[in-house]
Design a protein around this ligand. Structure first.
Ligand code: LLP
Length: 423
């Protein structure tokens, strides 16, 4: 790979060792074992500040709030870091709400997305006093009205509308098209708002959408923004003024050679859509804040040449990082040390008993047994999507802060694996 490593928040030391915040990743692997997720606090902060600066400039004193999408990486240390920077949070479950609160996040800055909220989750969020529910259907609205009524409170609500915009990303992470399970159809939105406005325990406060993830072109995002701002205008004219507008998350990152989104241009496009309207702008970014701030370290178990195809077999697998198997996602693979091994054209595969257990297809890798490889851009949708398939304990998570690596989640043990089982 010839590209600048800086976008991945790693660098090569003069002796060839791959470093993050000046820390040699082979030392991290030696100290904490593999597979191991490693995050850079400096990179997390830089990502947050980069987006925050773009919004602050574009909004020029008008209100906005970055609600970090917890699903991208919900480690408590990361939530606590973003909370300390003033972030709000976008959650999709009671579990994520509890994590935000455990990490010291402010419930009043939490928006609750997701199309299957249970009555218990609604009650938990109402009791915590969250900022807003992003309601995704009419039956959900009815249920929320009922739960809020039983608790004697009013639920702040924003409808997640489906603007029918093609995000042009992988179909599994595209969410804004008509045939999708998410959101209220755009044509229905006015009627649903009108109904919501009459409900005794609902306060209509906003409009929300989210069209997909890993978008590398902002045109669909700004098109969707235009649609929801126009809807907000119509609602205001109909006597339902909104306090906030949210175009969701979706900002893509560099995995291979994608040009990064120009955040300043994106923020000013959003501002251009809003103009002088007196509303708060909310965003729900996940990946862009954490994706390039993390790597997954794995050790080479075997180099397995074969007639049709060569394989580098590593100790991480699809249970640790499922993105390549599930979305044909690309993660760069680098030897974390300096390898004198001859380059081999191969697939980098894990030990799980599935042909789909491939972490990287058709790469040229120089590695010997025992070498440490780094899979880059693994900070988003990495550990959070890990499972125990094949009875594999989940990896450790390490956060480097001010040049010091610390465990922020212990590697699971065999006892953890069977803790909830009974014979
Ligand atoms: N808001 C809502 C309502 C969402 O559903 C999502 C992501 C986000 C915000 C954050 O999107 P982001 O800024 O991270 O693109 N596991 C997939 C990505 C799934 C995204 C699901 N929703 C992956 O590994 O690519």
């Amino acid at each position: 790979m010839s590209r600048d490593l800086a976008v991945f928040n790693v660098a090569r030391a003069p002796d060839g060792a791959l470093t993050m915040e000046g820390v040699r990743l082979i030392d991290v692997a030696r100290e904490f074992g593999t597979p191991c997720y490693v995050y850079s606090q400096a990179a997390l902060m830089a990502a947050f500040h980069g987006l925050d600066r773009a919004l602050r400039t574009a909004r020029a004193g008008r209100p906005y709030l970055i609600c970090y999408a917890v699903k991208a990486n919900s480690n408590l240390s990361i939530l606590s870091l973003f909370a300390s920077l003033g972030a709000g949070f976008d959650i999709v479950s009671g579990g994520e709400l509890r994590r935000v609160l455990a990490a010291g996040g402010d419930a009043r800055k939490v928006v609750f997305s997701g199309l299957g909220k249970t009555a218990d989750e609604m009650a938990l969020a109402l009791e915590a006093g969250i900022k807003c529910f992003n309601v995704e259907s009419e039956p959900e609205l009815e249920r929320l009205n009922g739960v809020a009524g039983r608790l004697g409170v009013r639920a702040p609500v924003s409808l997640r509308v489906n603007p029918d915009v093609d995000a042009k990303t992988h179909p599994y992470i595209s969410t804004g098209l008509k045939n999708n399970k998410f959101g209220v159809a755009f044509e229905r939105a006015r009627d649903v708002y009108a109904r919501a406005a009459t409900m005794p325990h609902i306060d209509v406060i906003g409009v929300d959408c989210h069209i997909g993830s890993q978008l590398t072109d902002t045109a669909p995002l700004t098109e969707a923004m235009g649609k929801i701002v126009a809807l907000a205008d119509e609602l205001a004219a109909a006597g339902i003024p909104l306090h906030h507008v949210c175009p969701g998350g979706g900002i893509g990152i560099t995995y291979r050679d994608e040009a990064p989104i120009d955040l300043a241009a994106y923020a000013s496009a959003l501002q251009a859509a809003l103009g002088e309207r007196d509303v708060e702008l909310l965003l729900e970014p996940g990946r862009v804040l954490v994706g390039n701030a993390g790597v997954l370290l794995t050790r080479v178990e075997y180099v397995k040449p074969s007639t049709a195809k060569n394989f580098t077999v590593v100790d991480a697998a699809m249970n640790d990082l499922i993105r390549p198997s599930l979305y044909q996602a690309h993660h760069e693979v680098l030897n974390a040390g300096e390898s004198s091994a001859a380059p081999l054209d191969c697939d980098v595969v894990g030990p799980v008993c599935e042909s789909a257990d491939v972490l990287a297809y058709n790469r040229r890798v120089s590695a010997r047994e025992g070498d440490i490889l780094a899979l880059l851009s693994a900070g988003a949708y990495g550990f959070v999507m890990a499972s125990n398939y094949n009875s594999r304990p989940r990896a450790a998570e390490v956060l480097i802060s001010a040049g010091v690596p610390r465990v922020v989640r212990k590697r699971e043990s065999f006892d953890d694996l069977i803790a909830h089982e009974r014979v």
